[in-house]
Design a protein around this ligand. Structure first.
Ligand code: ADP
Length: 310
C-alpha cells in the first residue's frame, strides 16, 4: 500500500450559523488535503503528522480523523497543551473574517515530541507533504529539527511535496517567510504553489518570472495554481498549460488549493498521468468552492467522484 504523511496543524472550527448558534467542525490546510486525498483514493495510507493534547477536544479531533479513515498512529501528544481554535464570522454581505486562538497550540510543539517510532515510520513513507502554514506554526527554535528530519527523509528516498500557502500574519516578516520557503524549495520534488504566493512575497505574477525564480532550486515538478485562471505545470524546461472551467456558483473558496493538492497527490501516487491528475484536482476544487466550509459533505463528494472517474 502506498503511504503519505501530511504534517501540520488541525484546529477546531467554530462557525456562526445564525446569531448565537455555532457549528463546530475541524479544519486546517494539511488536514483538508488529507481528507480529500483519502476520500478520492481509499487505497492510499494517508497518515497525519501533528500533535494534540490529552483533552476531550483532542479526542474528538482524533475520532473525526478516524471517521475520515486517516491514519493517526503517528499523532503525538503534548502533556501540557491543547488544539488551536478559530471562529468564522460572516457579515451581512457574506464577507468572512477569522479570529484565531492558536499561539499556544499543541501542534506548535510537534518537533520536540516526535519519537524514534514515528521517525522510523516517516522514513519508510513514499511521500511527505507539508505547507508554509505547517512550517510557520512550528516553534522557531525547533525549525532546525524539522530541516534535519526533512534531510533524513530525502536521503531515505521519501518524495517531498510542499505548498507555500503564504499567510503573512503567521510570519514575523516577509523575509523570514522567504528564507524558510527557499529552504523548503531546496528539498522539494513537487511544489504546489499559488501565483498569489509569488505576488505577495516576490512581486511576481508572470509565469515566466516565477519559473525563472524557481529554476535555481531544480524542483522536478511544479504545479502553479491561480484561482479560476489556467494551471501551469513546469517540469525542467517543459511548460504545459491546463485551462480551468470557472465555477458558476462560488460560495466559499476555503480549501480550493487544499482539495486540489490532495487529489493531485493521490492521482499521481496512483500512477495517473499529470493531465488526468490536474483535471481531477481542478474539477474537485471547482466542486468544493460551490459549498460552504473546508470539507464538503461526504455523500456529495462520493457522488461527484464516482461520476468523474466513471
Ligand atoms: P488557494 O486555495 O491555494 O488560493 P487557488 O485559489 O489558486 O488556491 O485555487 C486552487 C484551484 O482551485 C485552482 O487551480 C482551480 O483549479 C480551482 N479554483 C479556484 N477558484 C476557482 C473558480 N472560481 N472556478 C473554478 N475553479 C477554481
Amino acid at each position: 500500500m502506498s503511504q503519505i504523511f501530511l504534517m501540520g496543524e488541525c484546529m477546531a472550527e467554530l462557525q456562526e450559523i445564525e446569531p448565537g448558534h455555532l457549528r463546530q467542525s475541524f479544519a486546517g490546510d494539511f488536514y483538508n488535503t488529507a481528507v480529500y486525498l483519502k476520500r478520492a483514493f481509499a487505497h492510499i495510507d494517508t497518515c497525519l503528522l501533528t500533535a494534540v493534547g490529552n483533552d476531550k477536544l483532542s479526542e474528538a479531533m482524533l475520532a473525526h480523523c478516524a471517521k475520515e479513515q486517516l491514519d493517526c498512529a503517528s499523532v503525538v501528544r503534548s502533556p501540557t497543551r491543547i488544539p488551536g481554535l478559530y471562529w468564522i464570522n460572516t457579515d451581512a454581505e457574506g464577507e468572512r473574517t477569522f479570529t484565531y486562538w492558536r499561539e499556544n497550540s499543541a501542534a506548535r510543539q510537534l518537533m520536540s515530541l516526535i519519537d524514534e517510532v514515528v521517525r522510523e515510520r516517516l522514513l519508510h513513507a513514499d511521500w511527505f507533504f507539508f505547507s508554509g502554514i505547517s512550517l510557520a506554526v512550528l516553534e522557531p527554535q525547533d525549525r532546525p529539527l524539522f530541516w534535519a528530519l526533512l534531510a533524513d527523509l530525502k536521503r531515505a528516498g521519501v518524495k517531498i511535496a510542499f505548498d507555500p500557502n503564504y499567510r503573512a500574519r503567521l510570519w514575523p516578516d516577509a523575509d523570514t517567510a522567504k528564507q524558510n520557503f527557499e529552504k523548503a524549495f531546496g528539498f522539494c520534488d513537487l511544489l504546489l504553489p499559488g501565483v498569489d504566493d509569488f505576488v505577495q512575497l516576490y512581486g511576481l505574477a508572470e509565469v515566466n518570472q516565477i519559473r525563472a525564480l524557481l529554476s535555481q532550486f531544480h524542483i522536478a515538478e511544479v504545479v502553479l495554481k491561480n484561482g479560476p485562471a489556467e494551471i501551469c505545470y513546469i517540469a525542467g524546461d517543459a511548460l504545459d498549460i491546463y485551462p480551468v472551467t470557472p465555477a458558476s456558483n462560488v460560495v466559499d473558496t476555503t480549501s480550493a488549493g487544499d482539495s486540489f493538492n490532495g487529489v493531485f497527490l493521490g492521482a499521481r501516487m496512483s500512477g495517473r498521468s499529470v493531465a488526468t491528475a490536474i483535471e481531477w484536482a481542478a474539477r474537485t476544487a471547482g466542486l468544493v468552492i460551490q459549498h460552504p466550509g473546508a470539507i464538503i459533505p461526504e455523500q456529495i463528494f462520493i457522488d461527484f467522484w464516482s461520476g468523474l472517474t466513471a
